[in-house]
Design a protein around this ligand. Structure first.
Ligand SMILES: O=C(O)C1=C[C@@H](OP(=O)(O)O)[C@@H](O)[C@H](O)C1
Ligand SMILES: C=C(OP(=O)(O)O)C(=O)O
Length: 442
């Protein structure tokens, strides 16, 4: 098992660009594969999750070239051009990959099986199986709606008008992608708006779609009337990866760090609002559009933070950033309260439980609730003899969050089971060291 030894380093400084956005990279591979013609993707995330999605489409008969790192040339086969695979399609660790693929594959003429790693095999798929079944899909799962998913091809799909029971961009996207193969319109309504990359990218690829925050309506393509047109995609740097450095520089005295070209889609930047409410010093510089998405350079300097009640309305806009927020909260003055975040229990790990357990090992009081936690800040005190080992439970965001915590800790400790950092943020360790982190392989 791969572990890190983490310890206080130097104040963070420098200018870095974190890797490409994971959500955009998954969707770019999918839509480019289903388009007519050749699309180029630049800034592609070379993470295990997004590479798994690319490998799935290669297995389905799509030619995908990689002229250089972070670039892909995708030879789209058109909406009806995928070929079935007798082998199971491996989504790795990626909930996004599996749920969106369920939508695409529900509309094919052939059968498919979607599998994932141990973590993904425990994640709930009923949330896509149920509404896709309402559209006419036939999907078998393991007991409890767990992967593997066996998707029966050759089903005629019909559009539905569906209100999501939980705010989930993955479920919304699965339905919109199935909607491309359906008769009639597919409408998705959300209890709270979630990231809209699928909608924006469908529109960029020329598909008829209307959307506004909380609502999307896609025209069905069962009659072959509509097509996706090959389109180049420029992927912004992933806000969720930048988030670790936003928190780290905010809590490490003397830090002054610049993060370049970070994707600033408002459905992703809830952490920025939360950190600012806590008193963080983060400037947005050179705000511009790149590849249809807002991007900015973010300058972050150390600032003393205070605890807050995280507004429930911004929870979906920072859903992947709670592990990092928990570290900011542990380093603040006063209690931070998180509520309305039960979704954290069904990510790569139960993130409320894994963050609470790890922080307690550092001497921090965390009162967990079913949908959140109260984090009582204090000095981060692992065992003085270096024997503390915090288990990330194979969850990339937990591992990176405790690497930040170590920079403020009173002694070194070990972060265990960190290999999955490569799913979303390959090269985190060397980038972190470059800007000042104390971090090495165990
Ligand atoms: O659509 C996406 O790309 C994602 C949606 C979110 O999941 P949910 O849809 O389960 O909220 C998020 O946690 C995940 O990292 C990426
Ligand atoms: C939840 C995440 O991803 P996914 O659902 O794609 O596994 C994440 O990256 O934090």
């Amino acid at each position: 098992m791969k572990d890190w030894i983490v310890a206080p380093g130097a104040p963070l400084s420098g200018r870095i660009r974190v890797p490409g956005d994971k959500s955009v990279s998954h969707r770019a591979i999918m839509l480019a594969s289903l388009a007519n013609g050749v699309s180029r993707i630049d800034g592609f995330l070379e993470g295990e999750d997004t590479r798994a999605t690319a490998a799935v489409f290669q297995r389905l008969g799509v030619k995908i070239e990689s002229p250089s790192a972070q670039s892909r040339i995708v030879h789209g086969v058109g909406l009806q051009g995928l070929r079935g695979s007798v082998d199971a399609l491996d989504c790795g660790n990626a909930g996004t990959g599996m749920r969106l693929l369920a939508g695409v594959l529900a509309g094919q003429a052939f059968d498919s099986t979607l599998v994932g790693d141990a973590s993904l095999s425990k994640r709930p798929m009923r949330r896509v199986i149920d509404p896709l079944s309402k559209m006419g899909a036939r999907i078998d799962s393991e007991e409890g709606g767990l992967p593997p998913l066996r998707i029966h091809g050759g089903q005629a799909l019909t559009g539905i008008d569906y209100t999501l029971p939980v705010a989930s961009a993955q479920v919304k996207s699965a339905l919109l992608l199935a909607g491309l193969y359906a008769e009639g319109e597919t409408i998705v309504r959300e209890p709270h708006p979630t990231r809209d990359y699928t909608e924006r990218m469908l529109s960029a690829f020329g598909w008829p779609i209307e959307f506004e925050p909380g609502f999307a309506r896609v025209r069905g393509g069962a009659d072959g009337r509509h097509a996706l047109r090959a389109t180049d995609v420029s992927v912004p740097a992933d806000f969720s990866s930048a988030a670790f450095f936003l928190v780290a520089a905010s809590v490490i005295p003397g830090s002054d760090l610049l993060l370049e070209a970070v994707g600033m889609n408002p459905r992703r930047t809830g952490l920025l609002q939360a950190l600012r409410l806590m008193g963080a010093d983060i400037e947005e510089l050179n705000v511009r559009k790149a590849g249809g998405e807002a991007v900015a350079d973010l300058r972050v300097r150390f600032a003393p933070l205070r605890g807050i009640d995280v507004p429930e309305g911004i929870v979906p806009d920072m859903i992947d950033e709670f592990p990092a927020l928990f570290i900011a909260a542990a380093c603040a003055e006063g209690v931070t309260r998180v509520r309305g975040a039960a979704e954290l229990r069904v990510k790569e790990s139960d993130r409320l439980a894994t963050m609470s357990a790890g922080l307690r090992q550092l001497g921090i009081r965390v009162d967990e609730t079913p949908d959140g936690a109260d984090i009582h800040p204090g000095p981060l005190q692992p065992a003085a003899d270096g024997s503390t080992r915090i288990d990330s439970h194979g969850d990339h965001r937990i591992a990176m969050s405790f690497a930040i915590a170590a920079q403020r800790a009173e002694a070194m400790f070990v972060v265990g089971d960190i290999a999955n950092v490569a799913t979303s943020f390959p090269g985190f360790d060397s980038l972190a060291r470059d800007v000042g982190f104390g971090l090495r392989d165990a």
